[in-house]
Write a protein that binds this ligand. Structure first.
Ligand SMILES: Nc1ncnc2c1ncn2[C@@H]1O[C@H](COP(=O)(O)OP(=O)(O)O)[C@@H](O)[C@H]1O
Ligand SMILES: [Mg+2]
Length: 511
């Protein structure tokens, strides 16, 4: 390597030593591409000796190098040509296969060596192994892709906005929650995602050191605003992203609360229903006990009273008193009967019948009552003949009770709607009784099915109608509930299992 002929002008020994000790494989070439020098590292890399390559062009060397066969040597692509034309350093990055078959990335850097006239006299080319850098780059991009995937596949909505409030990230779940596509999001700012003032409020809380850590907002419940301007309850956490101590962006994670709240509500409803039915069951046992105890003495009062009346002449001064006693005793008997129905101590006599007929019969039974005077009755009966299997007499009583309650609530003036329908899929039949009466105040809703609960004046209401209805429906595998109530009126809903149609029934009833 001390061969002084190697260089045209760099003959001095220390300069050669310097060239040889460069840690990158390096070549010196003439503008016509002939090689005039190669350092030790170059020979190590290429397993060459100086005699083999002197005077050859770079094309010879790199073209014979299997790794580099793909390189183009013509014109504009050639970095060496570029150096001559622009008098500036050029570089290319190449992927090669190393001696052990591994991937090796090299950067070939070409720099001009100028002559006295500032012409490019030589070109120095050095090869740098940048595999480690490339590996890091790849790892970084792999991690980035992974983070992207995690963000995109998150079931929580994730949004990030820059300092101006422009949306810089909107993952899939956020697109669904807010109704914006990532492209739509370019035309809105983060303020559009909240009701007025809320975005500002969130920023204030984020910066407040007393609320969570500085730059962090612990889980909070808010409403967000969708593209369709619908407000949706969410649980969110947010954070400011700092870069070199300065606020660069904010990111927030959202979870839709609608489903959770719906489940919560159902649970509360179920709990209160359970409480209600437990209460009614224990009241039922009490009522049954009382009814049984009273029933026997009552029976004998009525028996002996009636015997006495038969014996008394009509003009007897005590006859009218006895009549009062008997009337009230009969009233007591009626109450006992209702109590027994409520406590389910009377067995239903079940039969299959058409639901629409039930409505007709109940109305017929109370038709002549003067309380119908100014009430319009509308029947909306399902065209389909719905069948149920239940005690028709008992259900008639229930329906009559509901109708009388409705009349009472309307004070004799309004509209009564009786509707039958079914849910074929659920196998259920329904009757709705709707009035335009005064409605049931919320505080009474949990009490109306209690025996003896009444808001009516003494002597008018017994408070047994709905409790009896409740008992009868339970006994017939149905359910009674208040579907709706308010100042516009009340709707009671009765539901039963629908009886599947058998050919026999059709045949019988048609016949
Ligand atoms: N359709 C209705 N509209 C308004 N309130 C009603 C209606 N039905 C029932 N109620 C309320 O429920 C209470 C209990 O009804 P019920 O058990 O039939 O007893 P009663 O009719 O003897 O009062 C009534 O006193 C009334 O306050
Ligand atoms: Mg009643």
């Amino acid at each position: 390597m001390t061969d002084s002929n190697q260089f045209d002008s760099l003959e001095t020994d220390w300069r050669l030593r310097l060239f040889d000790s460069l840690s990158f494989p390096t070549l010196v070439l003439r503008p016509d591409r002939t090689i005039i020098a190669a350092n030790k590292k170059f020979h190590e890399r290429n397993r060459t000796r100086i005699e083999e390559i002197l005077g050859k062009t770079c094309q010879h060397i790199f073209r014979e190098d299997n790794n580099l066969k793909h390189l183009s040597c013509n014109g504009s692509d050639c970095p060496l040509q570029g150096v001559i034309e622009t008098k500036q350093t050029k570089s290319v990055v190449q992927k090669n296969i190393g001696t052990n078959g591994e991937e090796v990335w090299e950067e070939r850097v070409f720099a001009p060596i100028f002559g006295d006239q500032h012409e490019v006299k030589y070109i120095i080319e050095s090869l740098r192994d940048i595999t480690a850098v490339k590996d890091l780059e790849k790892k970084y991009s792999d991690v980035r892709q992974l983070i992207d995937k995690v963000v995109q596949s998150s079931v929580s909505g994730i949004i990030a906005a820059n300092r101006k409030g422009e949306i810089i990230l909107l993952n899939k779940a956020a697109e669904e929650l807010f109704g914006y596509s990532a492209a739509d999001a370019n035309s809105v700012t983060i303020e559009d995602f909240y009701p007025p003032g809320v975005a500002r409020d969130i920023m204030k809380k984020l910066r407040d050191e007393n609320i969570g850590e500085k730059g962090k907002l612990p889980s909070t419940q808010f409403n967000i605003v969708t593209k369709e301007l619908e407000e949706v309850p969410v649980e969110m956490t947010a954070a400011i992203i700092y870069e070199e101590g300065k606020e660069a962006a904010t990111a927030a994670i959202f979870n839709d609360l609608r489903e959770k709240q719906a489940v919560q509500k159902k649970l509360e409803e179920a709990e209160s229903q359970l409480f209600q039915s437990e209460k009614l069951a224990s009241l039922g046992r009490l009522a049954a006990g009382v009814a049984h105890e009273i029933n026997n003495p009552l029976t004998s009062i009525l028996l002996y009273g009636n015997l006495m009346r038969e014996k008394l002449e009509e003009e007897h001064p005590l006859a009218s008193n006895l009549n009062y006693i008997l009337e009230d005793a009969e009233r007591c008997q009626e109450i006992v009967k209702n109590l027994l129905a409520y406590s389910r101590q009377t067995r239903p006599a079940k039969d299959v019948f058409y639901l629409n007929n039930l409505v007709g019969e109940s109305l017929r039974l109370i038709r002549d009552q003067k309380l119908f005077m100014n009430v319009e009755i509308i029947k909306e009966l399902d065209d389909y003949q719905i069948l149920v299997n239940a005690d028709k007499n008992q259900l008639c009583q229930v329906l009559i009770n509901l109708i009388i309650n409705a009349m009472d609530a309307m004070d004799g003036r309004g509209t009564l709607n009786l509707k039958t329908f079914r849910d074929r899929k659920a196998g259920k039949a329904f009757i709705e009784v709707t009035d335009t009466g005064s409605g049931i105040p919320p505080e009474n809703l949990s009490k109306i099915f209690d025996p003896f609960f009444t808001t009516k004046e003494l002597g008018k209401g017994t408070g047994l109608g709905l409790s009896m209805a409740y008992g009868i429906l339970e006994e017939n595998h149905g359910r009674i509930s208040v579907k709706e109530t308010g100042p516009e009126g009340t709707t009671f809903l009765l539901e039963f299992p629908e009886e599947p149609v058998s050919d026999e029934f059709h045949f019988m009833s048609i016949g």
